[in-house]
Design a protein around this ligand. Structure first.
Ligand SMILES: [Zn+2]
Ligand SMILES: [Zn+2]
Length: 239
């Protein structure tokens, strides 16, 4: 198994764990995962801007800006245009039964690119791979929470809601496997994933806690960006 696939497997398990936290009604865990959203947003935004974009521009050359834009737009299309209801975090109100299914389809493309991001980062250098893995892992738990709670709110069974998390994990692994096979993804996967990552951090995760009061969530957000720099220093020292 490649290094990228091993890391992606851990990330994929995050989807399943998030889904299980919902179906097992682990209230304390869900509260903690809410802070993962804010912390993960800060960490992920920093990884996208400081690590992924410069490497993506080096790898994709003049095609890079378009690829980043396409990645960004693709998430908006699949998660928020053809999907009637989607937002990150636990679903607390009743939704249409189809909302869970269409959100799952939208999220599958996103989680596929989570895998593309991990694999293409490892293609550049292991240090970048680990950094992108961390950014993705931090939002994998909330991602699992999102899909399973949305499916439960739409009247699906506990088994179906858990399966939602499993499917997201499988899409991530598929992203890794295909990135090594498809020439286009080998070249432009990082730039596309850069756009996707930027969307997830700034347009999915940040709006989740923007409107919430108090200092804990903003503190977690800024801490995420700060811990990114600490991790970077640490990884640079090891490399
Ligand atoms: Zn909702
Ligand atoms: Zn994701």
């Amino acid at each position: 198994m490649s290094e990228a696939l091993a890391y992606a497997l851990v990330a994929a398990l995050g989807n399943v764990l998030g889904a299980l936290a919902v179906t097992r009604r682990a209230a304390a865990t869900l509260k903690l995962i809410e802070h993962f959203v804010a912390f993960g947003a800060g960490f992920m935004l920093a990884v996208a801007l400081v690590e992924i974009l410069p490497e993506a521009f080096a790898r994709s050359g003049t095609a890079a800006p378009l690829m980043v834009l396409l990645g960004y737009l693709a998430v908006h299309l699949t998660q928020h245009t053809i999907t009637p209801h989607f937002h990150f975090g636990e679903e607390t109100h009743t939704v249409n039964p189809d909302a869970g299914t269409s959100a799952l389809i939208g999220l599958l493309l996103h989680t596929f690119f989570d895998g593309v991001a991990i694999a293409s980062a490892f293609l550049v250098r292991p240090g970048l791979g680990v950094m992108v893995f961390l950014a993705i892992f931090l939002h994998k738990l909330p991602e699992g929470v999102t899909i399973s709670s949305l499916m439960l709110a739409g009247g699906r069974t506990v088994g179906q809601a858990t399966a939602g998390g499993v499917f997201l994990g499988i899409a991530t692994l598929l992203g890794v496997v295909l990135t090594d096979q498809v020439g286009f993804l080998v070249r432009h996967g990082l730039a596309l994933a850069g756009g996707v990552t930027l969307y997830v951090a700034a347009s999915n995760l940040v709006p989740e806690f923007q409107g919430k009061r108090g200092w804990r969530l903003p503190a977690a957000f800024f801490a995420g960006a700060g811990v990114f720099y600490l991790t970077k220093m640490l990884l640079d020292r090891i490399a």
